[in-house]
Design a protein around this ligand. Structure first.
Ligand SMILES: Nc1ncnc2c1ncn2[C@@H]1O[C@H](COP(=O)(O)OP(=O)(O)OP(=O)(O)O)[C@@H](O)[C@H]1O
Length: 315
């Protein structure tokens, strides 16, 4: 039997007359790393706050590991990094994280060892005794993240974990999440969909109070290619309708669409021809078109953008 780590059913949350979450339902299973995406104000933090038990829903039900959000039984099993997580500036981060560990039932010695372990994970091992107020914004953020890792929880909720981090630290945190995802399930919100695309195998997309869900895993029966033609002097003469027409004639092609700057998106059935790339390059060469970039796969941005366009057309 499938026992979801998170089960949300027909959840509704309004602020006054503003219905932020309108009857949303979803499940997250053990071992999944799930992205929560949505525009500013879409309701991501509201959903996180509900899951953490900081806010009460108007209606609907939520279960985390079979328990109600905020339940004492979840202490140590579910960890959260809120968007505006803060540490007390007057105390050392080691003291604060150790205290949190002791609240989870660790002895003083165990809590100190655990704090050292999680601070090392986020490259702050040398700052055990540094007061939170003396850390940079990015270091404080990493310290808060370390707190979320204390005690090896089964479910970790991260609201914008890499916002405000420099690229090297953001990469380090992504790698850390990727390593830890072998042992814990993650729900991660971020505006950086490239990072979510690499980390997550499922995407929850909040829009207008509704949730759309889709797998970030590639569909084996349909493959995608992004092609950009060279933008030299001759490129101005390239007729994109003509390019689309020629590409559509290739065996296995399902769909071709033209974007800006001589960019084209192709979807095709890889099982129809096993040398599709070569045939595509032959087609370009035969027409005198040079490619600037050719990349496999469809980015999450393209998937979401396509969904949005479709929704706009339907409405
Ligand atoms: N305490 C509150 N009282 C009234 N309205 C609120 C409150 N908190 C949030 N909202 C509104 O609810 C909507 C969702 O806010 P929320 O912070 O959940 O969005 P978000 O997706 O996290 O946005 P962002 O990406 O900007 O962080 C917004 O329109 C916001 O103005």
């Amino acid at each position: 039997m499938n026992n979801p780590i998170i089960k949300v059913t027909q959840l509704v949350k309004s602020y006054g007359r503003h219905k932020v979450l309108n009857n949303i339902s979803f499940e997250i299973n053990k071992g999944e790393t799930v992205a929560l995406i949505g525009q500013n104000g879409a309701g991501k933090t509201t959903l996180f706050s509900l899951l953490c038990g900081y806010l009460k829903a108007d209606s609907g039900s939520m279960q985390l590991l079979g328990e109600q959000p905020g339940s004492q039984a979840l202490f140590g099993k579910v960890a959260a990094l809120p968007q505006d997580a803060q540490l007390d500036p007057a105390f050392s981060i080691g003291q604060q994280l150790s205290f949190y560990g002791q609240l989870q039932g660790l002895t003083g010695r165990e809590a100190r060892a655990e704090t050292e372990r999680v601070l090392a994970l986020v490259d702050l091992a040398a700052h055990y005794h540094t007061k939170a107020g003396a850390l940079s914004h990015g270091m404080r953020k990493r310290a808060c993240m370390a707190q979320a890792f204390i005690g090896s929880p089964a479910l970790i909720l991260l609201d914008e974990p890499t916002a405000g981090l420099d690229p090297a630290n953001a990469l380090h945190i992504r790698e850390l999440i990727s390593d830890l995802s072998q042992h814990a399930s993650f729900l991660i919100s971020s505006h950086n969909i490239f990072e979510l695309e690499r980390l997550c195998n499922k995407v929850l997309y909040l829009q207008d109070g509704q949730l759309q869900q889709h797998n970030a895993q590639p569909n084996e029966s349909i493959a995608h290619l992004s092609l950009q033609l060279a933008t030299g002097k001759e490129a101005a003469a390239i007729n994109s309708d003509e390019v689309c027409q020629q590409l559509r004639q290739l065996a296995g092609v399902k769909e071709v669409s033209a974007g800006r700057n001589h960019e084209y998106q192709l979807s095709y059935q890889p099982q129809v021809v096993d040398d599709f790339d070569i045939r595509l390059l032959q087609c370009l060469a035969a027409n005198g078109w040079q490619y600037k970039q050719l990349s496999k796969g469809k980015t999450l941005e393209q998937q979401l953008f396509a969904r949005k366009q479709a929704a706009t057309v339907l409405s």
